[in-house]
Design a protein around this ligand. Structure first.
Ligand code: MC0
Length: 157
């Protein structure tokens, strides 16, 4: 639906540590109703939706919102697309709220391998499809201080 902002393009030679986190990509918030949440964030916070899609594999309807000039991290609204999804389970257990913190990486497989070497559990053996054709994996929240950490390798273009 939209081009990646300049901040989501991966510059060469920019890494911090062996895991290679480049920046905060987005913060994910679980919501029961995507359309109602989009209205709330537009009307109250003035945030603009720049991308929306349904990810069947993850069982989510999601929307990306830009903050300010759009050069920084985005806000991701996540609503369940089916009752057995991770987001539906999160909402049942915890209610609406912060669900994940996502970092941009240049190479999701390399980042996952580095985190596994530190003894952390990655949720998937190999990357899966994320927003806008990105490749993603997650660190189990119990291995990351209670935070569900997502690694996002943006699509090449
Ligand atoms: C569960 N826990 C969390 C949590 N979800 N803690 C912090 N943040 C979360 N989001 C805690 C529970 O409170 C519980 O703690 C313990 O983890 C349960 O662990 P579990 O039994 O192993 O797991 P489940 O069944 O609760 O599932 C949690 C898990 C799941 C993270 C494995 O949500 C998952 O697979 N997430 C990855 C996929 C995902 O989130 N997809 C939706 C976004 P206690 O202390 O009670 O034991 S899709 C997306 O983000 C894409 C579109 C993208 O950005 O590109």
């Amino acid at each position: 639906m939209s081009e990646l902002p300049p901040s989501a393009r991966v510059p060469e030679n920019l890494t911090s540590g062996e895991v290679g986190l480049l920046r905060v990509d987005h913060v994910g918030i679980a919501v029961p109703d995507l359309d109602a949440a989009l209205r709330f964030y537009a009307d109250v916070f003035g945030l603009r939706c720049v991308h929306e899609e349904t990810n069947e594999e993850q069982g989510v309807r999601e929307a990306m919102l830009e903050v300010g000039d759009g050069d920084g991290p985005r806000l991701q609204l996540l609503a369940p697309a089916r009752p057995d999804s991770a987001i539906a389970k999160f909402l049942d257990r915890s209610g609406p709220g912060l669900q994940q913190l996502a970092y941009t990486v240049a190479d999701v497989e390399a980042a996952s391998a580095a985190l596994r070497a530190h003894g952390l559990r990655l949720l998937y053996d190999s990357p899966r499809r994320g927003t806008a054709g990105s490749r993603i994996n997650f660190v189990h929240p119990k291995d990351a201080g209670g935070v569900l950490v997502e690694l996002v390798e943006p699509a090449a273009d």
